[in-house]
Design a protein around this ligand. Structure first.
Ligand code: FES
Length: 102
């Protein structure tokens, strides 16, 4: 068995150079929201789901981005509703959210 069933990496990179970055689109706050929701729903922990921060994932122009492993599914998102949909559809039901996929 894998230590985690799924791993969700949020790019939370912050740049001060003026170049686009995920954190300018609320990545850190929405990662915190996702982490809390996953916990509240009883999805977190060993054998379940882990939500982690990541540095730049090199898809900055499509950001903010997150990636779910082991499916290797990349998403972009705007708000809490998008995060809720990724959690309920992908993490709970195993269905890819096509409208947010990149
Ligand atoms: S800053 Fe997020 S992918 Fe590069």
């Amino acid at each position: 068995m894998n230590f985690y069933r799924q791993h969700v990496f949020f790019c939370c990179n912050q740049r001060d150079s003026g170049k686009t970055c995920c954190n300018d689109h609320g990545a850190s706050g929405l990662r915190e929201y996702a982490k809390n929701r996953v916990k509240e729903l009883g999805l977190s922990g060993k054998g379940k789901v882990r939500v982690n921060m990541a540095g730049c994932l090199d898809r900055c122009e499509q950001g903010p981005v997150l990636v779910v492993y082991p499916e290797e599914t990349w998403y972009t998102y705007i708000d809490r509703e998008d995060i809720d949909e990724i959690i309920s559809e992908h993490l709970q039901q195993g269905r890819i959210v096509e409208r947010l996929k990149i």
